[in-house]
Ligand binder design. Structure first.
Ligand code: CDP
Ligand code: MG
Length: 664
């Protein structure tokens, strides 16, 4: 199926290559012209020229994300090496949109059009349109506080209100002010226009244009936040969408599959000869597979795309006529009183529900199947709570501190997080050694932690490891902890074999040492095979397959390792290894993650020491059966029960020792 899923290019093998490409180009040009935003290009550019802050709202699919940056490029906003930066709430949006725009511009990705996400940067010095995650743009501000290479910054999908977008909205207000104050100062000093131009070129300061884009039609919040900034509405295209609810409550995802098959049998009878081509899109999907969902279904197939909420507004998949909405979304929630963060499937908001069904009517009348009862819809919240009100703030507060914002309580948030959440984050950062007693940034540890693209707990682990000669091992650990499941679950007939293989890696100490072992063995294999650079991927895939390791995860972990290793080397750390002296490494692990420990209870459950919550060891952990008395964990997740994942057993002797040390 994979080979036929490439879309229209493969469907006419007899068409000469050159003409196939020009057909594709022509199609793209036509598509661009047909987008609702195309007819207002001139007006939009005029408004950007007139207003320093502009809010643009328009339904998904109207062309905001892919077209506006191209309009700005054509209008000369990238002259003199300046860039238009477009922030996205997720990596996947940044990657897919940049690829699409590069194709539309008929340029190679990474040249005029590129993307930059935490562990993958495809931009170069001649890049003009740069798509990136909101988190990454925030990090750029740490290095270049005036964001001086950008002439325009577009905060896209602002309605999603990710925590990074919220902080960006505040930060950019300040950057814009700083850049205009810089210019006013210059105007007084320089007398003629020529002189001003010269001074500006010399300082490379020019005013910053700010554009906030949103798919939610209510622009008020943003407009008010920016002192009554002008809002423009781009007309969308919306055909009628029939909404169908279930009669009975639905309790599991099997209903989703059943609905898809019922649709195929009943609704699509005339077309039922078409086979189903299942595709998925979610953030952990490797980028070479992302673009498959955008390609048209090959003849004889109908695409069924299984998507996370990434497809709500951030990406628009062409050709959708039917939407099946299970009514749930995976969302992070954080309870500052317990210090506990969970990733849960929770009911969507009405706003999300409407975004989802809207997709069925972009190209013609459509249908949306909501897998819940109408009365449940009525009960939903109107809109989703901004992430900043429901997440652990320690990461962003550390960044704000590093950017020089000391007064967090007085910070100009668009929606203020609760006082208790801020207090909790400050206390946590203090405990991790990132802040001084009077909540100033601790030098150099706090600065170093802010610069690493990691959770502060992991950054601190690297700093500790640097002091105890096991930085190499900790870099591997942190990289492995940052990816999704390392082990791969094979089909039933191979389960036994997989279990044996997993037992081979399993360390009695726990998951951290197990992961370290996996990484090291894969490295040894690569070294032994002595593969050419170009063959490394293939060799690694083979090793993973033989060892029931998830090759995608391992490859991702290797990328993260390389990136963070580069980061710590830049900070002057010397990456040394403790070799086989695992004691050193285990001590360092315990010291790093001591705060997140859990103790076994009489009934075999565990009690998390900080929150007092009753938790269970996740079945994927190598300690699932042995149940040691005391463990620390890196992840707490709630599904049917509260589970802890990624654990290592704590030797009670060490913990006593550790207490002794800290109280001294
Ligand atoms: O940002 P907005 O939701 O307004 O629209 P967009 O993302 O710029 O998408 C405009 C059009 O481009 C939609 O009709 C998409 O179907 C199409 N598109 C595509 O075909 N392939 C992509 N990778 C991205 C967008
Ligand atoms: Mg968009």
């Amino acid at each position: 199926m994979t080979s036929t899923a490439q879309g229209e290019l493969k469907q006419n093998p007899k068409t000469p290559v050159a003409s196939r490409f020009s057909m594709r180009r022509q199609k793209i040009a036509e598509h661009r012209k047909s987008l609702p935003i195309a007819s207002v290009e001139k007006r939009l550019i005029e408004e950007v020229q007139k207003n320093d802050i502009l809010i643009i709202v328009g339904e998904t699919g109207s062309g905001k994300t892919t077209q506006l940056p191209q309009f700005l490029f054509n209008a000369g906003f990238c002259r003199g090496g300046k860039m238009v930066g477009i922030s996205q709430p997720s990596c996947i949006a940044a990657v897919t949109v940049a690829k699409r725009v590069a194709e539309e511009c008929d340029v190679q990705l990474g040249q005029r059009v590129g993307y930059s996400i935490m562990f993958d940067d495809t931009t170069c010095s001649s890049t003009s349109l740069k798509y990136m995650t909101d988190a990454l743009l925030l990090r750029e501000a740490l290095v270049d506080p005036l964001l001086s290479r950008y002439s325009v910054i577009i905060v896209d999908e602002a309605h999603e209100r990710t925590v990074h977008t919220d902080v960006l909205l505040a930060l950019l207000k300040k950057v814009q002010l700083d850049r205009s104050i810089g210019n006013k100062g210059l105007e007084v000093e320089a007398k003629t226009n020529d002189e001003i131009g010269g001074v500006l070129r010399g300082c490379q300061i020019s005013p910053l244009k700010l554009i906030i884009m949103s798919a939610s039609l209510d622009a008020r919040v943003f407009s008010e936040y920016y002192g009554g900034a002008k809002a423009l509405h781009v007309q969308g295209r919306q055909f009628t969408v029939d909404i169908l609810y279930t009669v009975h409550p639905v309790t599991d995802y099997a209903a989703l599959v059943i609905t898809i098959f019922q649709m195929r049998l009943n609704l699509l009878k005339d077309l039922s000869k078409r086979k189903i081509l299942p595709l998925a899109i979610f953030s952990a999907l490797p980028s070479d597979q992302l673009m498959r969902v955008f390609a048209p279904a090959p003849i004889g197939f109908r695409k069924v795309v299984l998507a996370t909420n990434i497809a709500e507004t951030s990406i628009t998949i062409p050709g959708i006529r039917y939407v099946v909405d299970p009514g749930r979304v995976k969302a992070r929630t954080y309870d500052p009183s317990k210090g506990m963060e969970t990733l849960d499937a929770v009911p969507t908001s009405k706003a999300q529900v409407l975004q989802r069904s809207g997709h069925a009517g972009r190209e013609g009348p459509g249908k949306c199947f909501r897998l819940y009862r109408q009365r449940e819809f009525e009960k939903l919240e109107d809109s989703t709570k901004p992430e900043i009100k429901r997440c652990n703030l320690s990461n962003v507060i550390l960044q704000l501190k590093a950017l020089g914002y000391d007064d967090i309580f007085g910070f100009d948030f668009i929606d203020k997080p609760s006082r208790s959440a801020i207090v909790k984050a400050l206390a946590e950062l203090h405990l991790l050694g990132a802040l001084t007693d009077d909540c100033k940034l601790e030098k150099p540890a706090g600065d170093q932690m802010a610069r690493l693209p990691l959770d502060p707990v992991y950054s601190r682990a690297l700093i500790l490891a640097n002091q105890s000669n096991c930085l190499e091992e900790m870099l591997i650990t942190v990289a492995m902890l940052s990816v999704e499941s390392i082990f791969y679950d094979p089909p039933r007939e191979k389960r036994e074999e997989a279990r044996t293989s997993r037992n081979h890696f399993a360390s009695v100490e726990g998951d951290h040492l197990t992961y370290l072992g996996v990484y090291r063995e894969s490295n040894e294999f690569l070294e032994a095979e002595n593969s050419e650079e170009a063959e490394v991927d293939q060799t690694l895939r083979k090793w993973c397959k033989d060892n029931f390791v998830n090759s995608r995860s391992l490859k991702h972990a290797r990328d993260i390792y390389r990136k963070i290793r580069g980061n710590v080397e830049q900070m002057g750390f010397n990456v040394s290894s403790c070799g086989n002296d695992m004691l050193e490494y285990r001590r360092c692990l315990a010291a790093s993650f001591f705060l997140i420990a859990a103790q076994r209870q009489m009934d075999g459950t565990y009690r998390a020491l900080e929150s007092g919550e009753i938790v269970h060891i996740h079945p994927t952990s190598v300690l699932f059966r042995s149940k040691p008395e005391c463990v620390f964990f890196n992840e707490l997740m709630q599904t049917s029960k509260k589970y802890i994942k990624n654990l290592t057993r704590i030797d009670p002797v060490w913990s006593a020792h550790h207490h002794y040390n800290t109280e001294e």
